[in-house]
Write a protein that binds this ligand. Sequence first.
Ligand SMILES: [Zn+2]
Length: 223
Amino acid sequence: MAMLREQEEAELPPPLAPCLVKFTHCDRDIYSSAVPQQCPICGQNPVSSWDLEQAPVSIPYPFFNAHREKCSFVLRPTKGGFLGEYDGCSDLHVGITSSKGIVHHYNESGSHKDATGWEQSVSIPLVPPDQYALIHQWDSYLEVFSCNEKWLPHRYDENDHNCYTYALMFINSLLHLQEKRTFTKEEFTEKFVLPKTRRASKYITLCHEVAQNDYYIVHHSTL
Ligand SMILES: [Zn+2]
Protein backbone atom coordinates (compact mmCIF):
# COMPACT_ATOMS: atom_id res chain seq x y z
CA MET A 1 0.00 0.00 0.00
CA ALA A 2 2.80 2.38 0.85
CA MET A 3 4.24 1.87 -2.60
CA LEU A 4 0.91 2.67 -4.21
CA ARG A 5 0.68 5.91 -2.29
CA GLU A 6 4.17 6.94 -3.31
CA GLN A 7 3.38 6.26 -6.94
CA GLU A 8 0.24 8.31 -6.83
CA GLU A 9 1.89 11.21 -5.11
CA ALA A 10 4.58 11.26 -7.76
CA GLU A 11 1.77 11.60 -10.34
CA LEU A 12 3.09 8.83 -12.53
CA PRO A 13 0.99 8.10 -15.59
CA PRO A 14 -1.82 5.64 -14.79
CA PRO A 15 -1.21 1.95 -15.53
CA LEU A 16 -2.43 0.61 -18.85
CA ALA A 17 -6.08 -0.34 -18.95
CA PRO A 18 -6.42 -3.80 -17.43
CA CYS A 19 -7.85 -6.30 -19.86
CA LEU A 20 -11.16 -7.73 -18.73
CA VAL A 21 -13.11 -10.40 -20.59
CA LYS A 22 -16.36 -12.18 -19.93
CA PHE A 23 -17.16 -15.68 -21.14
CA THR A 24 -20.03 -17.96 -20.38
CA HIS A 25 -19.68 -21.56 -19.25
CA CYS A 26 -21.44 -23.94 -16.88
CA ASP A 27 -24.40 -21.55 -16.90
CA ARG A 28 -22.29 -18.84 -15.33
CA ASP A 29 -20.78 -15.60 -16.51
CA ILE A 30 -17.07 -15.78 -15.82
CA TYR A 31 -14.88 -12.67 -15.80
CA SER A 32 -11.12 -12.87 -16.03
CA SER A 33 -8.16 -11.06 -17.52
CA ALA A 34 -7.93 -13.52 -20.41
CA VAL A 35 -9.89 -16.54 -21.58
CA PRO A 36 -8.22 -19.58 -19.97
CA GLN A 37 -7.55 -22.95 -21.61
CA GLN A 38 -9.95 -24.55 -19.17
CA CYS A 39 -13.16 -23.40 -17.54
CA PRO A 40 -12.41 -22.86 -13.81
CA ILE A 41 -15.63 -24.69 -12.91
CA CYS A 42 -15.67 -27.83 -15.07
CA GLY A 43 -12.11 -27.95 -16.39
CA GLN A 44 -13.15 -28.20 -20.04
CA ASN A 45 -12.24 -25.89 -22.86
CA PRO A 46 -14.60 -22.98 -22.29
CA VAL A 47 -14.77 -21.75 -25.88
CA SER A 48 -16.49 -23.85 -28.48
CA SER A 49 -16.08 -22.14 -31.79
CA TRP A 50 -19.58 -23.01 -32.98
CA ASP A 51 -21.36 -21.47 -30.02
CA LEU A 52 -21.76 -17.73 -30.48
CA GLU A 53 -23.59 -17.35 -27.18
CA GLN A 54 -20.46 -18.40 -25.33
CA ALA A 55 -18.07 -16.26 -27.33
CA PRO A 56 -15.94 -14.17 -24.97
CA VAL A 57 -16.56 -10.44 -24.98
CA SER A 58 -14.18 -7.81 -23.71
CA ILE A 59 -15.55 -5.41 -21.12
CA PRO A 60 -15.06 -1.82 -22.32
CA TYR A 61 -12.74 0.35 -20.25
CA PRO A 62 -14.97 3.06 -18.73
CA PHE A 63 -12.31 5.72 -18.12
CA PHE A 64 -10.99 8.46 -20.36
CA ASN A 65 -8.01 10.73 -20.44
CA ALA A 66 -9.83 14.00 -19.72
CA HIS A 67 -7.05 15.93 -21.41
CA ARG A 68 -8.20 14.44 -24.69
CA GLU A 69 -11.89 15.13 -24.06
CA LYS A 70 -13.08 18.50 -25.29
CA CYS A 71 -15.97 20.46 -23.77
CA SER A 72 -16.89 17.77 -21.25
CA PHE A 73 -17.91 17.31 -17.65
CA VAL A 74 -15.20 15.14 -16.06
CA LEU A 75 -14.99 13.33 -12.74
CA ARG A 76 -12.22 11.55 -10.82
CA PRO A 77 -11.38 10.63 -7.21
CA THR A 78 -10.08 13.66 -5.28
CA LYS A 79 -7.02 11.58 -4.37
CA GLY A 80 -5.47 8.79 -6.41
CA GLY A 81 -7.08 7.00 -9.33
CA PHE A 82 -10.23 4.96 -9.81
CA LEU A 83 -8.20 1.76 -10.22
CA GLY A 84 -5.84 2.46 -7.32
CA GLU A 85 -7.13 3.02 -3.83
CA TYR A 86 -10.62 4.16 -4.76
CA ASP A 87 -13.02 2.18 -2.57
CA GLY A 88 -16.34 3.25 -4.06
CA CYS A 89 -17.11 5.94 -1.53
CA SER A 90 -14.03 8.19 -1.44
CA ASP A 91 -14.51 11.84 -2.35
CA LEU A 92 -14.89 12.66 -6.02
CA HIS A 93 -13.84 15.84 -7.75
CA VAL A 94 -15.35 17.25 -10.95
CA GLY A 95 -14.34 19.76 -13.58
CA ILE A 96 -15.04 21.03 -17.09
CA THR A 97 -12.61 20.56 -19.96
CA SER A 98 -11.78 23.28 -22.44
CA SER A 99 -11.80 22.61 -26.18
CA LYS A 100 -8.12 21.72 -25.74
CA GLY A 101 -8.48 19.32 -22.83
CA ILE A 102 -7.47 21.70 -20.05
CA VAL A 103 -9.51 20.81 -16.96
CA HIS A 104 -11.02 23.83 -15.19
CA HIS A 105 -12.17 23.14 -11.65
CA TYR A 106 -12.85 24.70 -8.28
CA ASN A 107 -11.80 23.70 -4.77
CA GLU A 108 -10.99 25.27 -1.40
CA SER A 109 -8.02 27.11 -2.90
CA GLY A 110 -10.00 28.67 -5.75
CA SER A 111 -10.42 27.95 -9.45
CA HIS A 112 -7.71 26.04 -11.31
CA LYS A 113 -6.63 24.87 -14.74
CA ASP A 114 -4.95 21.47 -15.03
CA ALA A 115 -3.07 20.23 -18.07
CA THR A 116 -2.28 16.90 -16.35
CA GLY A 117 -3.66 14.75 -13.54
CA TRP A 118 -7.04 13.79 -15.02
CA GLU A 119 -5.82 10.89 -17.15
CA GLN A 120 -8.27 8.41 -15.59
CA SER A 121 -11.64 10.13 -15.50
CA VAL A 122 -15.28 9.50 -16.17
CA SER A 123 -16.27 11.82 -18.99
CA ILE A 124 -19.59 13.26 -20.06
CA PRO A 125 -19.40 15.16 -23.37
CA LEU A 126 -21.49 18.32 -23.20
CA VAL A 127 -21.46 19.58 -26.78
CA PRO A 128 -22.24 17.66 -29.98
CA PRO A 129 -19.16 17.86 -32.24
CA ASP A 130 -21.07 19.76 -34.97
CA GLN A 131 -21.86 22.76 -32.75
CA TYR A 132 -18.95 24.77 -34.05
CA ALA A 133 -20.14 28.16 -32.81
CA LEU A 134 -20.45 26.96 -29.23
CA ILE A 135 -17.15 25.05 -29.32
CA HIS A 136 -15.46 28.12 -30.77
CA GLN A 137 -16.59 30.31 -27.85
CA TRP A 138 -16.35 27.63 -25.17
CA ASP A 139 -12.86 28.47 -23.90
CA SER A 140 -13.49 32.18 -23.54
CA TYR A 141 -16.80 31.52 -21.72
CA LEU A 142 -14.97 29.14 -19.42
CA GLU A 143 -12.16 31.64 -18.74
CA VAL A 144 -14.55 34.48 -17.95
CA PHE A 145 -16.76 32.23 -15.85
CA SER A 146 -13.78 30.95 -13.82
CA CYS A 147 -12.59 34.49 -13.03
CA ASN A 148 -15.86 35.36 -11.32
CA GLU A 149 -15.45 36.24 -7.65
CA LYS A 150 -17.85 33.39 -6.85
CA TRP A 151 -14.86 31.11 -7.24
CA LEU A 152 -12.56 32.82 -4.79
CA PRO A 153 -11.18 30.45 -2.12
CA HIS A 154 -13.09 32.00 0.80
CA ARG A 155 -16.45 31.35 -0.89
CA TYR A 156 -15.79 27.60 -0.94
CA ASP A 157 -18.13 25.44 1.08
CA GLU A 158 -17.74 21.68 1.10
CA ASN A 159 -21.47 21.06 0.85
CA ASP A 160 -23.05 24.08 -0.83
CA HIS A 161 -20.42 25.78 -2.95
CA ASN A 162 -17.97 23.25 -4.30
CA CYS A 163 -16.58 21.72 -7.50
CA TYR A 164 -20.00 20.45 -8.50
CA THR A 165 -21.59 23.89 -7.97
CA TYR A 166 -18.94 25.35 -10.26
CA ALA A 167 -19.32 22.78 -13.04
CA LEU A 168 -23.10 22.76 -12.99
CA MET A 169 -23.36 26.55 -12.85
CA PHE A 170 -21.14 26.75 -15.93
CA ILE A 171 -23.31 24.23 -17.78
CA ASN A 172 -26.50 26.03 -16.73
CA SER A 173 -25.15 29.43 -17.73
CA LEU A 174 -24.54 28.11 -21.26
CA LEU A 175 -27.96 26.48 -21.39
CA HIS A 176 -29.48 29.75 -20.23
CA LEU A 177 -27.64 31.66 -22.99
CA GLN A 178 -29.10 29.24 -25.52
CA GLU A 179 -32.55 29.72 -23.94
CA LYS A 180 -32.64 26.07 -22.99
CA ARG A 181 -33.91 24.51 -19.79
CA THR A 182 -31.35 24.33 -16.98
CA PHE A 183 -30.77 21.42 -14.60
CA THR A 184 -30.93 21.05 -10.85
CA LYS A 185 -28.06 19.15 -9.28
CA GLU A 186 -30.32 16.13 -8.77
CA GLU A 187 -31.53 16.16 -12.39
CA PHE A 188 -28.06 16.43 -13.84
CA THR A 189 -26.70 13.71 -11.56
CA GLU A 190 -29.54 11.32 -12.27
CA LYS A 191 -29.63 11.87 -16.02
CA PHE A 192 -25.96 12.17 -16.96
CA VAL A 193 -23.61 11.27 -14.11
CA LEU A 194 -25.09 8.16 -12.49
CA PRO A 195 -25.33 6.02 -15.65
CA LYS A 196 -21.59 6.54 -16.21
CA THR A 197 -20.47 6.17 -12.60
CA ARG A 198 -22.54 2.98 -12.19
CA ARG A 199 -20.77 1.46 -15.18
CA ALA A 200 -17.41 2.59 -13.81
CA SER A 201 -18.04 1.13 -10.37
CA LYS A 202 -19.08 -2.24 -11.84
CA TYR A 203 -15.83 -2.23 -13.77
CA ILE A 204 -13.84 -1.42 -10.63
CA THR A 205 -15.55 -4.26 -8.74
CA LEU A 206 -14.73 -6.70 -11.55
CA CYS A 207 -11.10 -5.55 -11.65
CA HIS A 208 -10.70 -5.99 -7.90
CA GLU A 209 -12.28 -9.45 -7.93
CA VAL A 210 -10.22 -10.63 -10.90
CA ALA A 211 -7.02 -9.20 -9.42
CA GLN A 212 -7.63 -11.09 -6.15
CA ASN A 213 -9.11 -14.37 -7.35
CA ASP A 214 -8.23 -14.58 -11.06
CA TYR A 215 -11.92 -15.18 -11.80
CA TYR A 216 -15.19 -13.60 -10.91
CA ILE A 217 -18.06 -15.99 -11.39
CA VAL A 218 -21.71 -14.92 -11.34
CA HIS A 219 -25.04 -16.34 -12.35
CA HIS A 220 -26.23 -15.06 -15.70
CA SER A 221 -27.13 -11.36 -15.81
CA THR A 222 -26.63 -10.46 -12.20
CA LEU A 223 -24.01 -7.97 -13.39
ZN1 LIG B 1 -17.44 -24.99 -17.51
